[in-house]
Design a protein around this ligand. Structure first.
Ligand code: FAD
Length: 543
C-alpha cells in the first residue's frame, strides 16, 4: 500500500520514460513515486533491442570517437526531412548526452557502443562512421533485489547475447545454429541482454534509491484543480486512493498499440498486431480528456510481419512475428509483383515508403527454398513446417496466383533481380550496401554481399505481410521544450508532462533511426524532472 498520499513527482508507467523521470527527480531531491499498470516493470524498452542513439556522449569520448550534439542535430534534421520541430529536435540532441552521462555515471547503467552508427545513411550531413548507437553490457539478473527480480520484464526475444555478438555468431538469419545449451545456461543464470538488460539496470537503480514503485495500479482519473493537474486517483488492490503531485505528473504510459479503437481512430488500421506489452493501450488519452490536450500525428514506420496463430505470445494468444526480407533469397513485392524498396536496411523502412502509397499495401515476402534451407523464418527453423499463413508453390507463377499477385509482374521482377544478383549488384535499390545491412539485417556468411542471393530453387514460398507495431505510435500529445503538455488553444497545461510514446514524435520526426525511440523516452523524462525540480535546462538556440 502507499506509504503516503502526497509526492512531488508522480510517474505513471514504469517504462524507460517513467523510470528515468523517477531517477532524475529523486536525485534532484524530489519525493517520487512510480505507478505501473501491469504486473511488471520495464515497459516496452524491456522487449527492445536495447539500442540508444546519442551524438556527442561521454561513451563516444571514452572510445576516442570525435562527435558532438551539433553534428547529431545536423544529421537528424536531414533525416527528419521537415517532419520534426527544430526547437524540440535541438533540445533533444543537446540534452541526450547529459542524460546519458547521468544514467551511466550516477545510476550505474553500463552502456557500450554497438557499431552501426548512421548505418543506412553514411553520406548524409552530420552522419558518423562510428559511435552514436549504443547498447548494454550484460546484466546479471541475480543483482536485482528479490522482490523486483521476478517482476522486472524479461524479453522472450533476446535471451542469447547482445547485438554486437549476434553478428559474430552469424547474425539473426543464422540463429538456428546457435547452441541451445548456451541459451539454456544463460537463461538459468538469469543473464539479461539487450532490452532486458536495459530494464534491469533501471530497476536496479530505482531499487538502490528505495524509490517507491507499485505494480497493478489502475489509474482511474487525473485530479484537476484550477485547470492544473494536481495528482491522480488510483486503485491498488481494489482500494481507491488519491495520490497528490505537488510538482507534476509524468505521463509515461507508452503508445496505444493494443487499443484497437485508438489504432483505428489514429492510424486507420484494423486488426493491428504488435510486439509491445499488452498493457500499452493508450490510457492517457482518456485520462487527459478533461484538460483538452492538443494531439499531433507524425507518421511512423512499423515492422512488417504476420500473425502466427497459437504461438506463445508476449501477451495475447497469437504471436506477431517480424519477417526479414533482408536476407539473401528473399524479396518484398507489391501486388503487381514489383519491388519497391531496399529490403536490406530495415523491413520497416518499406512501410514508411508505403505511407500514402496504397499500391504497396498489402505487400508480400517471396522466398525460395534456399532461404528455407539456410535461415530461420520467425521461430521456425529450417526443415520445420511453416505457419499456415505461408503459401508454397512449384513455380513463381502459381505462387503469385495463390497470393493474388500479378504472375507476369513477379516473374519479370525475379528474372531481373536474379540477373543482377549474379553480377553482385542491385542497381534498383542497392541492397546490402549499407553497414546496417551488413551488420544487422544481412547474412554475414553470404559473400560478397550479405543481402543478395537469387530466388531460383523451387518450391517458392510467399506470405502476405502487414504492419507489426513496435510501439512507435503515430499520435501523441503535443509537448513543449520542457515536456509540458499543451492544450488545444496552444497553452501549457500546468502540472502535466508527457514523454516517450505518449508524446507526439515532433522532436525526431517521422523517420525511424535505431535507438532514437528509447533515447527520446529517457531524454524528455529527464527534462521534465529537471523542470519540475525548478531547474532550467539551457534553452535551445534555435528559434
Ligand atoms: C521488439 C521491439 C524492439 C524495439 N527495439 C528498439 C530499439 O532497439 N531501440 C529503440 O530506440 N526503440 C526500440 N523499440 C521501441 C522502444 O522500446 C519504445 O518506443 C520505448 O521503450 C517506449 O518507451 P515509453 O517510456 O514511451 O513507454 P513504454 O516502454 O511502452 O512503457 C509504458 C509503461 O506504462 C505502462 N502503462 C500503460 N498504461 C498505464 C496506465 N494507465 N497507468 C500506469 N502505467 C501504464 C505500461 O504497462 C508500460 O510499462 C522497440 C520496441 C519493440 C516492441
Amino acid at each position: 500500500l502507499l506509504a503516503k498520499e502526497r509526492y512531488d513527482f508522480v510517474c505513471l508507467g514504469a517504462g524507460i520514460g517513467g523510470l528515468t523521470g523517477a531517477l532524475r527527480a529523486h536525485d534532484l531531491g524530489l519525493s517520487v513515486i512510480v505507478l505501473e499498470k501491469s504486473d511488471q516493470v520495464g515497459g516496452t524498452a524491456a522487449y527492445s533491442s536495447g539500442q540508444q542513439w546519442v551524438a556527442g556522449s561521454y561513451v563516444e569520448e571514452e572510445a576516442g570517437i570525435e562527435d558532438s550534439w551539433e553534428e547529431g542535430f545536423r544529421f537528424l534534421t536531414w533525416l527528419a526531412g521537415g517532419t520534426a520541430d527544430p526547437t524540440l529536435l535541438e533540445k533533444f540532441c543537446r540534452t541526450a548526452p547529459q542524460v546519458y552521462e547521468f544514467l551511466g555515471r550516477e545510476a550505474g547503467v553500463r552502456w557500450c557502443i554497438f557499431d552501426i552508427p548512421d548505418n543506412g545513411w553514411p553520406d548524409a550531413p552530420g552522419s558518423k562512421k562510428s559511435g552514436r548507437c549504443t547498447e548494454l553490457e550484460v546484466f546479471d539478473g541475480k543483482r536485482l533485489p528479490e522482490g523486483w527480480r521476478h517482476i522486472t520484464r524479461h524479453s522472450p526475444y533476446s535471451r542469447y547475447s547482445n547485438n554486437e555478438m549476434y553478428h559474430e555468431l552469424g547474425g539473426l538469419p543464422n540463429r538456428h545454429t546457435w547452441d541451445p545449451r548456451e541459451t539454456k545456461r544463460r537463461t538459468e543464470q538469469d543473464l539479461r541482454f539487450q532490452g532486458s538488460a536495459l530494464a534491469a539496470y533501471f530497476v536496479s537503480a530505482i531499487a538502490d534509491r528505495d524509490i517507491p514503485m507499485h505494480v497493478n495500479v489502475e489509474n482511474r482519473a487525473l485530479i484537476v484543480e484550477d485547470g492544473r493537474a494536481a495528482g491522480v486517483v488510483v486503485a491498488i488492490d481494489g482500494e481507491e486512493r488519491r495520490v497528490l503531485a505537488d510538482r507534476g505528473v509524468l505521463i509515461a504510459t507508452g503508445g496505444y498499440d493494443w487499443s484497437p479503437d485508438l489504432v483505428k481512430q489514429f492510424d486507420g488500421r484494423n486488426g493491428f498486431g504488435s510486439r509491445a506489452p499488452q498493457s500499452v493501450t493508450g490510457d492517457h488519452f482518456a485520462l487527459m480528456e478533461p484538460l483538452e490536450p492538443k494531439l499531433a500525428t507524425v507518421s511512423r514506420p512499423h515492422n512488417l510481419g504476420y500473425r502466427e496463430p497459437g504461438e506463445i505470445s508476449i501477451g495475447g494468444k497469437d504471436r506477431w512475428q517480424s519477417l526479414y526480407t533482408s536476407y539473401p533469397h528473399a524479396i518484398l513485392v507489391n501486388r503487381f509483383g514489383k519491388r519497391f524498396t531496399d529490403e536490406s536496411t530495415n523491413s520497416s523502412k518499406s512501410e514508411t515508403d508505403n505511407m500514402g502509397e496504397p499500391i504497396n499495401t498489402p505487400c508480400f515476402a517471396i522466398l525460395d527454398s534456399q532461404y528455407r534451407k539456410k535461415y530461420q523464418v520467425g521461430v521456425v527453423r529450417p526443415g520445420e513446417p511453416l505457419p499456415a499463413a505461408f503459401v508454397e508453390a512449384q513455380s513463381l507463377g502459381e505462387l503469385a496466383d495463390e497470393l493474388g499477385i500479378d504472375p507476369a509482374g513477379l516473374e519479370e521482377t525475379v528474372a531481373t533481380y536474379n540477373e543482377n544478383v549474379r553480377r553482385g549488384v542491385d542497381p534498383d535499390f542497392n541492397r546490402g550496401t549499407t553497414r546496417a545491412a551488413q551488420i544487422r539485417f544481412g547474412d554475414p556468411w553470404m559473400k560478397p554481399n550479405p543481402s543478395l542471393g537469387p530466388l531460383e530453387e523451387p518450391p517458392f514460398y510467399g506470405v502476405s505481410l502487414s504492419p507489426v507495431g513496435v510501439s512507435l505510435t503515430q499520435t501523441g500529445f503535443v509537448t513543449d521544450e520542457y515536456a509540458r503538455v499543451v492544450d488545444t488553444h496552444g497553452k501549457v497545461i500546468a502540472g502535466i508532462y508527457a514523454v516517450g510514446n505518449a508524446a507526439a514524435y515532433l522532436d525526431v520526426g517521422s523517420t525511424y533511426h535505431p535507438g532514437t525511440a528509447n533515447t527520446r523516452g529517457m531524454t524528455w523524462a529527464y527534462v521534465a524532472a529537471e523542470h519540475a525540480a525548478g531547474f532550467r535546462v539551457p534553452e535551445p538556440a534555435h528559434r
